[in-house]
Design a protein around this ligand. Structure first.
Ligand code: AVJ
Ligand code: FE
Length: 447
C-alpha cells in the first residue's frame, strides 16, 4: 500500500480536541459573565470579605492568565497589556490589598477579557496540539478553562459572602434517595493506582500515576449531613476540647466559633443564609462551610477520623472486579447530570442518596460534587512530581500548612473535577464549599 504523501494538516483527533477546548473555554466564559453581570458596578469593585478579591479583580485576572499562557506563551504573540501583569499576579498582592490597587474598572475589565479571548481563539485555530508539552493534547487550553472555572467557584464563594438581596437562582437539586443503607462501606486492603499519567488535562499535582498500598478501612457511604452535625453541636461538641486539636481549640476560641459559617441559631432550630436567602438548615443535606478543625472534631466525637487522601481516592476509583482505577466513581464517562451535583447547576448540595448513578463500585455515594471533602492529608507532591507549567500552581503550597480537599462541590465545573483532582486550603478556612465524610480503622473480627 502506498502511503499518502500529503497527510491532512489537521487530523480528525486534533480538530475534535480543538472543539473540546473551545467548548470548555466558552462554558467557562458564559459562567464568568453570569457571575459578574448579575451585580452592579459598585458591587463588582467592592470587597465583600477580606478573604476574597473584588469580583472585578477575578475577572481581569482570568484574562491576564489567558493572555500569559495562551496568547503569549503558546501563541508567541505580542503582549496586549504588559503594564497590568503585576496587578493581576496573585503572588504580588494578597487578596486583602487588592481593592486599593489601580485595577481596571468593570467596563475596561470586560473589554480586556474579550479582546484576550479573541486572540486566544485565533491561537487555538493555528496551534499544533502536538510536540511541545504545553500545547500537546490542548493542555494549555484545558488548563486555562480549568483556571477560569476555579475562579468562577471562588466568585461564587464571594457571592455567598456578599450581603444583600439574592441575585443568583437555579433549580432545586434532585431529592433524597432511598434510605441510605448501609451507611458505611468496607474497602479491602491492598494496592491501587493513585493519580494519573494519562488524563490529558490533569494538572501537575495529580501526576504521575503510582501504586499505593492502603490497609483495609471503613468509609462513610455519604458525606456527614447538617442533621448529624447539629447532633454534635447539641452534644456540646464545640465546648469540649477533647475532640479538638490544640490548634483547632485555640482557633475556635479566638473566633467564637459555635456552628458552621452562615448558620444562625433560633431557639432549638438552625437557620442559615444561602446566597441571600434565609432558610431552615435541611437535615439531610451534606454539611458545608466547616473548617478542617470542625471536621476533625466531629469525626473524633463520632468515634471516627477523616480519611487520608489515598483512602478517599481508593474508595472513589478502585474497581474490585478489575483492580484498575477509574476516572470517576461511576466509571470513565464524563460527569452527567445523573452522576453528580457539579457546575453550579444547583445552588446547594443535594440531599444524601440523591445520586445513586454516581456511586462507586463499592457503594460509596456523592464523592464527586455537592461538597468538597476535607481529608486528613496535608498537600504534597506525588513520587516523581514535576512542576508544570509553573511552580506557583502547586509546588509552592506543598507542606504541612495546607490540608487537601477532594471531590469538588456543587460550584465546581466538571472540567475542573476528577477523582484524581486535588484542592487545598488552610485548615481554618470556612468560606469554601467544604464538608467532609468520616472513615475509621476496621474493628477486629469485622472483616
Ligand atoms: C486550587 C483552588 C487552591 O484558587 O487558590 C487559581 C486555584 N490557582 N489560580 C486557588 C488557582 C491559581 C487555587 N486552588
Ligand atoms: Fe488564578
Amino acid at each position: 500500500m502506498v502511503s499518502a504523501p500529503n497527510p491532512p494538516l489537521v487530523s480528525v483527533d486534533e480538530s475534535r480536541l480543538k472543539e473540546r477546548a473551545a467548548e470548555a473555554m466558552t462554558t467557562a466564559r458564559t459562567r464568568t459573565r453570569a457571575l459578574t453581570d448579575v451585580v452592579d458596578d459598585s458591587d463588582l469593585v467592592r470587597q465583600h470579605s477580606k478573604l476574597m478579591s473584588p469580583l472585578v479583580w477575578d475577572l481581569a485576572h482570568i484574562g491576564s492568565q489567558e493572555e500569559l499562557w495562551l496568547v503569549r506563551d503558546v501563541g508567541g504573540r505580542q503582549p496586549l497589556r504588559p503594564d497590568i501583569d503585576d496587578l493581576y499576579d496573585a503572588f504580588q498582592h494578597p487578596r486583602a490589598d487588592r481593592p486599593a490597587l489601580p485595577l481596571l474598572g468593570p467596563a475596561e475589565a470586560r473589554a480586556y477579557v474579550s479582546e484576550v479571548r479573541d486572540k486566544a481563539f485565533d491561537v487555538l485555530a493555528h496551534a499544533a496540539l502536538t510536540g511541545r508539552d504545553l500545547a500537546s493534547n490542548g493542555f494549555a487550553f484545558g488548563m486555562i478553562a480549568q483556571h477560569e472555572q476555579q475562579h468562577d467557584e471562588t466568585m461564587l464563594a464571594t457571592h455567598q459572602l456578599r450581603v444583600g438581596d439574592p441575585v443568583l437562582s437555579a433549580p432545586e437539586p434532585p431529592p433524597r434517595g432511598e434510605d441510605p443503607e448501609p451507611d458505611e462501606v468496607i474497602v479491602p486492603g491492598g494496592r491501587f493506582t493513585m493519580g494519573t499519567s494519562v488524563e490529558p488535562w490533569a494538572l501537575d499535582n495529580e501526576r504521575p500515576a503510582h501504586e499505593v498500598d492502603v490497609d483495609t478501612f471503613v468509609i462513610d457511604a455519604f458525606p456527614v449531613t447538617c442533621g448529624q452535625f447539629a447532633a454534635f453541636i447539641d452534644a456540646g461538641g464545640y465546648d469540649d476540647p477533647h475532640w479538638w486539636t490544640p490548634d483547632g481549640w485555640a482557633y475556635r476560641g479566638e473566633h467564637g466559633i459555635r456552628a458552621p459559617r452562615f448558620w444562625l441559631a433560633d431557639g432549638d432550630a438552625w437557620w442559615r443564609r444561602r446566597f441571600g436567602v434565609i432558610e431552615r438548615v435541611p437535615d439531610d443535606e451534606p454539611v458545608m462551610h466547616v473548617s478542617w478543625h470542625e471536621a476533625h472534631a466531629y469525626a473524633k466525637w463520632a468515634g471516627k477520623r477523616l480519611p487520608t487522601e489515598a483512602e478517599w481516592e481508593k474508595a472513589a476509583r478502585w474497581d474490585p472486579d478489575t483492580g484498575a482505577s477509574r476516572r470517576y466513581p461511576w466509571g470513565d464517562a464524563d460527569p452527567g447530570a445523573e452522576h453528580a451535583n457539579l457546575g453550579q447547576r444547583h445552588l446547594r448540595p443535594a440531599p444524601v442518596g440523591a445520586y445513586p448513578a454516581g456511586a462507586s463500585p463499592l457503594g460509596v455515594h456523592q464523592l464527586i460534587g455537592d461538597v468538597w471533602e476535607w481529608t486528613a492529608s496535608s498537600f504534597a507532591g506525588y513520587p516523581g512530581f514535576v512542576a508544570f507549567p509553573y511552580r506557583e500552581y502547586s509546588e509552592v503550597f506543598f507542606g504541612t500548612k495546607y490540608a487537601v480537599l477532594r471531590g469538588g462541590s456543587f460550584g465546581t465545573d466538571a472540567v475542573a473535577c476528577r477523582a484524581t483532582f486535588r484542592n487545598w486550603d488552610f485548615p481554618i478556612r470556612r468560606q469554601i464549599f467544604a464538608g467532609f465524610r468520616c472513615a475509621r480503622d476496621i474493628a477486629a473480627g469485622e472483616r
